[in-house]
Design a protein around this ligand. Structure first.
Ligand code: GDP
Length: 525
């Protein structure tokens, strides 16, 4: 197989859903279908048999939330599927947004009883920025559900995407009989599945067959009429509209009952796009180009206490990586030899020998890699569109033991590289200000500082309303700006000049006073 054949085989996606809709459960089933794990139930530590990969994940597990994001790769029907996990908790949404920049499509999970929920709406808005193709799975058909037609209407109205059912549920809850595929005229018969085995594939060909009569009993006519109505009232699947992000094929099933996920996955690997072209500063990069390029969308410190390292997750955008090859780290203009990139097979690390466009590889980061960095085989290229958001909350951090200053700085710097918190060093004093988008991040940082860097720290309120990244083309004006605003300027963890505004009014006034200085609310990495 040539490299471009390998690339054409990749399907790189993430799951978007509201917490509790069933993302973890579906992930387990997907991995089971991909034969990655023998036994479903080993993805998230809600069960008992999973050993914690790092200490702070214990905290995450206690809370029942997922703050880590990892990459799972599995083969399916001749394709290689890369599933990028995203943190479920709202306070880590930036991480999720950036992960969504590294995929080619998404799977949207909707709880059949609850319909479209908040977080799904937000994530869908992010997907729309790049017209990411979406496949939908309506989950929990083994329970009492809302009328599926209502759910589809809601998807269209609230999410603004046309919904085309591929299959349709026959009954639900105790009366759930299976799903009927509108395109192949087959009934997939539901059998309350066991958790860890791939269910037997029982199919009935033909809604009008005697076998269907037998399955449906007295309901047979009713079901046939309903399906007639459904056909008339819903969109027809169109692959081009799907690929343009305008229409989503919808599947029904129950992840817990291990039913319907395979039907979805079968079509997913056929329809979902192979690695797409990507925008870079100077040109568009085509996935099948011979030379390697990629960008870092996530950094994670201390994933494994045994390794004590930081991993930068790079999405390969074109070409192939082979072990030991040289890459150019474009931002710092250096060639680096990468001998030991890693991948994460359902949490287990293994060394990558070769990866192609669409794959994710983990690079060991010794402090030189930042989110958004581009790697190439020599070309001056920068991938665009990886956002960095201004934090919305600020606190001063204070050490319990003042002698640990060095360790604190190092810890904060490394944790802020992961991108969910940001650290600021005001120029006028020795304060350290931590910015975050959610309260939970402060807890995680304090916990990790203690566990991973042996530093105990407490937070105090600080008079900061918001942060803006400062840019100015005129170096003299910039110097002048820094001098006249020394009370409020700071350097962030990446060395960028920022303005920490104490109030909204102050920000407005300062912007009016300095019309030629740019105050950016997001920084593109
Ligand atoms: P996540 O928060 O989206 O990762 O959701 P989980 O996969 O952890 O599922 C949330 C809860 O819903 C768990 O208690 C699951 O066992 C349950 N669940 C998931 N899928 C189904 C399903 O198809 N049917 C039923 N009855 N429960 C489900």
């Amino acid at each position: 197989m040539s490299v471009s054949d390998h690339i054409a085989n990749r399907r790189t996606f993430a799951i978007i859903s509201h917490p509790d809709a069933g993302k973890t459960t579906i992930t387990e089933k997907l991995l089971l279908l991909g034969q990655l794990i023998q036994k479903a139930g080993s993805v998230k530590g809600k069960g008992s048999d999973r050993h914690a990969t790092s200490d702070w994940m214990t905290m995450e597990q206690e809370r029942g939330i997922s703050v880590t994001s990892s990459v799972m790769q599995f083969p399916y029907n001749g394709r290689i599927v890369n599933l990028l996990d995203t943190p479920g908790h709202e306070d880590f949404s930036e991480d999720t947004y950036r992960t969504l920049t590294a995929v080619d499509s998404c799977l949207m999970i909707i709880d059949a009883a609850k319909g479209v929920e908040d977080r799904t709406i937000k994530l869908m808005n992010v997907c729309r920025l790049r017209d990411t193709p979406i496949i939908s799975f309506v989950n929990k058909l083994d329970r009492e559900i809302r009328d599926p037609i209502e759910t589809l209407d809601e998807m269209e109205e609230v999410l603004g995407i046309a919904a085309a059912p591929i299959n349709w549920p026959i009954g639900s809850g105790k009366e759930f009989k299976g799903v009927y595929n509108l395109y192949t005229d087959t009934i997939h018969v539901y059998k309350a599945g066991s958790r860890s085995v791939i269910p037997e594939d029982i199919r009935i060909q033909g809604l009008n067959s005697p076998e269907a009569d037998e399955l449906l009993g007295v309901y047979a006519e009713e079901v046939r009429e309903e399906l007639e109505l459904v056909r008339g009232a819903t969109h027809e699947f169109d692959i081009d509209e799907y690929k343009a992000g305008q229409l989503t094929p919808v599947f029904f099933g129950t992840a817990l009952g291990n039913f319907g996920v395979r039907e979805m996955l079968d079509d997913f690997v056929e329809w979902a796009p192979a690695p797409l072209d990507r925008d870079a500063s100077s040109r568009q990069v085509v996935a099948t180009e011979e030379k390697l390029s990629g960008f870092v969308f996530k950094i994670q410190a201390n994933m494994d206490p045994k390794h004590r390292d930081r991993i930068a997750f790079m999405r390969v955008c074109s070409g192939a990586y082979t072990r030991g090859m040289k890459m150019k780290h474009v931002r710092i203009g250096k060639d680096v030899k990468i001998a030991d990139a890693v991948t994460f097979l359902a949490g287990e690390r293994s060394h990558v020998e070769e990866a192609v466009a669409g794959d994710i590889i983990g690079l060991h980061n010794h402090g030189t890699i930042q989110i958004g960095d581009t790697f190439t085989e020599g070309e001056e290229l920068k991938f665009t569109g990886i956002p960095h958001f201004a934090p919305e909350m600020f606190r001063r951090i204070r050490l319990k033991d003042p002698l640990k200053m060095k360790a604190l700085q190092k810890g904060l710097q490394q944790l802020s590289e992961e991108g969910s918190t940001q650290v600021f060093f005001p120029t006028r004093n020795n304060d350290i200000v931590v910015g975050a988008v959610g309260v939970l991040q402060y807890e995680v940082v304090a916990y990790r500082l203690k566990e991973e860097y042996k530093v105990e720290a407490v937070y105090e309120p600080v008079n900061v309303y918001t942060a803006r990244w400062i840019e100015c083309e005129d170096p003299r004006m910039l110097e002048d700006f820094k001098r006249k605003n020394s009370e409020n300027v700071a350097i962030d963890g990446g060395g960028h000049l920022t303005y920490l505004a104490p109030t909204r009014v102050n920000l407005q006034l300062t912007q009016e006073r300095w019309p030629d200085v740019e105050f950016r609310a997001t920084r593109e990495h």
